[in-house]
Design a protein around this ligand. Structure first.
Ligand SMILES: NC(=O)c1ccc[n+]([C@@H]2O[C@H](COP(=O)([O-])OP(=O)(O)OC[C@H]3O[C@@H](n4cnc5c(N)ncnc54)[C@H](O)[C@@H]3O)[C@@H](O)[C@H]2O)c1
Length: 253
């Protein structure tokens, strides 16, 4: 049986856990060969073993901080060295330091931008020349619906994720004639292990974040991965420059 992403090579960043691991799992199920990148090399090794045994696809890993140019370069180079090409880049590495703006420190502000924007800038910058040379590529960034609905305590995070949304439109136009599409998937609250922990420790806070979602619940990680899978496929050939919310209706346009 042929699968949607057979013969495709995908880099997934932030793939050691959470949404990134769910995306890696989905792309592997679709047949893609993978390079998994994350700060946490130990967790990556576990993810690699599980994906190989569960889906029978080849998997490479690359540990390090993707906010560093050299690590982004090594990650893209790993795909080229192991598989000879790079079809799909999923820029998922990130995560918020969620607090009122006045409570941020210079260090938390810098980390917020490094983690959510520089990781994406470097990976795009390193991957796009390879995709342009091949005349094909799919880039899917993970943004955030909080950029659109101005969720409480998300201002600094939104500054970084808003940059990702803006990079998406600009790059989509620049690379539109190269067979490369660039889109962003913007989730609202997602039922990650971290969200489960927040719900247990601070139920009022978790309820506040879910209160803006008409569906009345966070997304399952697989619901985000499903949209990433579609945008990563050849089938999504006429979709580019879009920020697509997977948000249970928390914003509606
Ligand atoms: N969880 C949510 O409700 C939610 C909502 C909207 C958007 N998002 C976004 O979805 C993505 C995944 O979120 P998650 O909840 O699964 O987060 P998570 O913290 O569970 O996982 C993020 C992974 O990215 C890795 N990572 C972070 N910075 C990195 C760096 N500089 N270099 C390499 N790896 C790095 C971490 O080690 C971790 O394994 C993030 O971009 C996040 O901002 C999450």
């Amino acid at each position: 049986m042929t699968r949607k992403l057979d013969n495709q090579v995908a880099v997934v960043t932030g793939a050691a856990k959470g949404i990134g691991l769910a995306i890696a799992d989905r792309l592997a199920r679709d047949g893609a060969r993978l390079v998994l990148a994350d700060l946490d090399a130990t967790a990556l090794a576990g993810a690699k073993d599980r994906l190989i045994s569960q889906h029978g696809v080849a998997v490479e890993t690359c540990g390090g901080d993707l906010a560093e140019q050299s690590v982004a370069e090594a990650t893209i180079a790993a795909a080229m060295a192991r598989f000879g090409k790079l079809d799909i880049l999923v820029n998922n590495a990130g995560g918020g330091i969620i607090k009122p703006f006045a409570e941020h420190t210079p260090a938390t502000l810098k980390t917020t931008i490094d983690r959510n924007l520089w990781t994406v800038l470097w990976c795009c910058w390193c991957a796009l020349p390879k995709m342009r040379a091949a005349g094909y590529g799919r880039i899917v960034n993970i943004g955030a619906d909080s950029v659109r609905n101005g969720l409480w305590d998300h201002a600094a995070y939104n500054a970084a994720k808003g940059g990702v949304h803006a990079l998406t439109t600009g790059l989509a136009r620049e690379y539109a004639r190269d067979g490369i599409t660039i889109n962003t998937v913007a989730p609202c609250a997602v039922n990650t292990p971290q969200m489960v922990e927040i719900t247990q420790k601070a139920p009022a806070l978790a309820a506040k974040f879910v209160s803006v979602i008409p569906l009345g619940r966070p997304a399952e990680m697989e619901e985000v991965a499903s949209m990433v899978s579609y945008l990563s496929s050849a089938e999504a050939s006429f979709v580019t420059g879009q920020v697509i919310s997977v948000n249970g209706g928390s914003t509606m346009l």
